[in-house]
Design a protein around this ligand. Structure first.
Ligand code: NDP
Length: 457
C-alpha cells in the first residue's frame, strides 16, 4: 500500500518536533506533523521556558537584600512592571515558536496547523476534513492540567493562565504541592503578590527526598508564602471581582486569583482512539512498550501522553529513540530509571537524581552522607538560608544510589552530578575528584564521614 507519509506526528511539542525533525532531516523519511495550537508545545509556550524566565524575574527582592548585605546600602528592588516583562516574554515565545517552525520546514516536514485525529490505524483526519495516510503514526499530544471535582472549579485558573494574565493579582491562592504549585508560589511571591499555598499533605513535593521536602516547605514560608498544610479546597464561589475559597477545615478566604496546580492528565480525548483499538493504562495514558510502540503496531507514542517520566528531556529522548529505531536502523531504548530533575524554587532550588533516602532505606542497607550548611554567599549577606548536599551510598558496592541538592543553582549542579551517577560511579569515584574551592558544590567530593546509616546501628 502507498502512504502519503512514512510518519505522521500528532502534536508539535518537545517529543513530536524532535521525532519529526530527525525522521525527515536525518533519516530521509516523508513526514507530516499536525499541531492544533502553537508550535513548541507545553514546555516552550506555557511551561518550562516562560516559567524559568519568570523565576529569574522574581529574584529581585532577594538579590537586592543580598547586595545590601554586601554594603550596597541603596540597593532596592524597585517596581516591577508586568506589562514590560509580559511584552518581552511574548516576543521571546514568538521567536522560539518561529524557530521551532522553521526547524521543521528546513528538515522537510510538512506542517498542518490544525487538529488531527485517527480515522483508523493508518489514517489521520485533519480538522478541515482532509485525510492523510501514514505508514507510522506518532502520538505526541502531551498532557493537560486537571482541576479537582469541587463546586465552582470553573472559577479557578490553571498553569497556562499565568502566562496570559493582563495584570498580576494582588492576592493569589495556589492549590497543590507539586512542581507547579511550589514554583508558581515562588514566582508570585517574588513578584510581590500576596501568595497562599494550600496543600493537603504534611510537606510539599511528595515523592522527593523527605529532608529536601522539609527544607522546601520551610523555604516557602521563609520567603513569605502563606503555606497551609493539611488543607484541601472544598469549593470556590464568586464574590464581586474576587473568588472566595472554602476549605475542608471550614475556613474561607478571598483571592483575586485561584490557581489549580493539581496535576496533569494525558491528553488522549477526542483523538479518535476508538478507531484504532489502542489500549490505555489504568491512569488513562497510552500504553506503550519499551520501544514506545502501542498495542497497535503502526502507532507509537512518546512524552506525557504515555505518563512514564513526564519531563521534556525524556519526551525528546523517547521521540529521538523511536525514529532512530524505526527509520534509522539503530534500535534505541530509553532508560527511565535514572532521570535527574530540578524544582526551580528561590533562593534555593532542588536538584535530584536516583533514589530518595526513604527509597534507598527500603531497598536495603544505605550509608547517608549529608551536609546541611549556610552557603558562604548568602551567609555573609546575613541570610540564614541553609543548603543541603546528600549522597546515598550502597555500603556493599560503594555505588551512589541517589544525590539530592537543595541550594542555589541546584538544577545546574545536579545536571553535572547526573553524569557520574548515570555512569554508576562509586563514592570513592566522587572522593577521587579534587574539590573546586571555594564553591558550595565541593561538598559533593569532600563528605568523608557517614552522617547516618539505614538500618540504624
Ligand atoms: P504534580 O503531580 O507534581 O502535583 C500535583 C499536586 O496536586 C500534588 O501535590 C497533589 O497532591 C495535588 N493534588 C492532586 N489532586 C488534588 C486534589 N483533588 N485536591 C488537592 N490537591 C490535589 O503536578 P503539577 O501540576 O505540579 O505538575 C505536573 C507535571 O509537570 C509534573 O509531574 C512534572 O512532571 C511536570 N513539571 C515539571 C517541572 C520541572 O521539571 N521543574 C515544573 C513543572 C511541571 P498529592 O501529592 O497529595 O497527591
Amino acid at each position: 500500500m502507498n502512504f502519503d507519509f512514512d510518519l505522521f506526528v500528532i502534536g508539535g511539542g518537545s517529543g513530536g518536533v524532535r521525532a519529526a525533525r530527525i525522521a525527515a532531516g536525518q533519516h530521509g523519511a516523508k513526514v507530516g506533523l499536525a499541531e492544533e495550537s502553537r508550535m513548541g508545545g507545553t514546555c516552550v509556550i506555557r511551561g518550562c521556558v516562560p516559567k524559568k524566565l519568570m523565576i529569574f524575574a522574581s529574584e529581585a527582592t532577594q538579590k537586592a537584600a543580598e547586595m545590601r548585605g554586601y554594603g550596597w546600602q541603596e540597593a532596592d528592588r524597585g517596581a516591577f512592571d508586568w506589562q514590560v516583562f509580559h511584552g518581552k516574554l511574548d516576543a521571546e515565545l514568538n521567536r522560539l515558536e518561529a524557530a521551532y517552525t522553521s526547524g521543521q520546514v528546513k528538515a522537510g516536514v510538512e506542517l498542518f496547523h490544525q487538529r488531527a485525529k485517527f480515522a483508523d490505524h493508518h489514517i489521520v483526519e485533519l480538522a478541515d476534513g482532509t485525510r492523510k495516510t501514514a505508514k507510522h503514526i506518532l502520538i505526541a499530544t502531551g498532557g493537560r492540567p486537571v482541576k479537582p471535582d469541587i463546586p465552582g472549579a470553573e472559577l479557578g485558573l490553571i498553569s497556562d493562565d499565568l502566562f496570559l494574565l493582563d495584570q498580576l493579582p494582588g492576592r493569589a491562592l495556589l492549590i497543590g504541592g507539586g512542581f507547579i504549585a511550589c514554583e508558581f508560589a515562588t514566582i508570585l511571591n517574588g513578584l510581590g503578590v500576596d501568595t497562599v499555598l494550600a496543600y493537603r499533605g504534611d510537606a510539599v513535593l511528595r515523592g522527593f527526598d523527605r529532608e529536601a521536602r522539609d527544607m522546601a516547605s520551610a523555604q516557602l514560608r521563609d520567603i513569605g508564602v502563606d503555606l497551609r498544610l493539611g488543607l484541601s479546597p472544598a469549593g470556590l464561589e464568586k464574590s464581586g471581582n474576587r473568588v472566595t475559597a472554602r476549605f475542608d477545615d471550614g475556613s474561607k478566604d478571598d483571592f483575586d486569583a485561584v490557581f489549580f496546580a493539581t496535576g496533569r492528565a494525558p491528553y488522549t480525548w477526542d483523538l479518535g482512539l476508538e478507531n484504532t483499538g489502542i489500549r490505555l493504562t489504568k491512569s488513562g495514558a497510552i500504553e506503550v512498550d519499551e520501544w514506545s510502540q502501542t498495542s497497535v503496531p503502526s502507532i507509537f507514542a512518546v512524552g506525557d501522553v504515555t505518563d512514564r517520566v513526564n519531563l521534556t528531556p525524556v519526551a525528546i529522548r523517547e521521540g529521538h529513540s523511536f525514529v532512530d529505531t524505526v527509520f534509522g536502523d539503530n534500535p534505541r531504548r530509553v532508560n527511565h530509571d535514572l532521570v535527574a530533575s530540578a524544582v526551580y524554587l528561590r533562593p534555593h532550588e532542588l536538584g535530584t537524581i536516583g533514589l530518595t533516602e526513604e527509597q534507598a532505606a527500603e531497598r536495603g542497607p544505605v550509608d547517608v552522607y549529608a551536609a546541611v550548611f549556610r552557603p558562604m554567599r548568602s551567609m555573609f549577606a546575613g541570610s540564614d538560608a541553609r543548603m543541603m548536599m546528600k549522597l546515598l551510598v550502597d555500603p556493599d558496592s560503594d555505588k551512589v544510589l541517589g544525590c539530592h541538592i537543595f541550594g542555589p543553582d541546584a538544577g545546574e549542579m545536579i545536571q553535572l552530578a547526573a553524569i557520574p551517577v548515570t555512569m554508576g560511579a562509586t563514592k570513592a569515584d566522587f572522593d577521587a575528584a579534587m574539590a573546586v574551592h571555594p564553591t558550595a558544590a565541593e561538598e559533593l567530593v569532600t563528605m568523608r564521614s557517614v552522617t547516618r546509616r539505614h538500618p540504624a546501628e
